[in-house]
Design a protein. Structure first.
Length: 145
């Protein structure tokens, strides 16, 4: 299962960073390929995500479930959709009153008929997506602080 980890700092209090990461619509605005987030309940959300494999592109719906929440320090989730499974976590560490370290980790695996074709592409793309996500979170939280 290809995975990526990105550690970055945000010039904002840990509570502000947690508040942003707890808002799934805000998080969705930073997820590459996300076209929309629908809140189902406190722990579940539906995500419309456009995935691209080489020249092919497909919009899928993924059901995400929060599996662990330890405010304001750690959150974990899983998500399943058409032929994709993902899991991830965020860990926040207070560096100072207005600086927070974020450790973001995610993994993605493909299932079904395209799995063997998709896995190498996912491996190439997942690190770039994690970096793009981190940059977006940092920018949006700092602008709001």
């Amino acid at each position: 299962m290809p995975d990526a980890k990105k550690i970055f700092t945000v010039d904002a209090a840990i509570e502000k960073v947690w508040q942003f990461l707890r808002d799934m619509k805000q998080v969705g605005s930073c997820v590459p390929g996300c076209e929309g987030v629908c809140i189902v309940n406190e722990k579940d959300t539906d995500w419309k995500v456009r995935v691209s494999f080489g020249p092919f592109s497909k919009a899928i719906i993924m059901r995400a479930h929060t599996t662990l929440e330890n405010p304001p320090n750690k959150g974990e989730w899983t998500a399943t959709g058409d032929d994709l499974y993902t899991k991830g976590s965020v860990e926040l560490k207070k560096i100072s009153e207005h600086k927070t370290e974020v450790a973001y980790w995610s993994s993605v695996s493909a299932n079904g008929i395209l799995a063997k074709l998709a896995e190498p592409i996912i491996k190439l793309k997942i690190s770039a997506d994690a970096a793009e996500f981190a940059e977006c979170v940092k920018k949006k939280v700092e602008e709001a602080s």
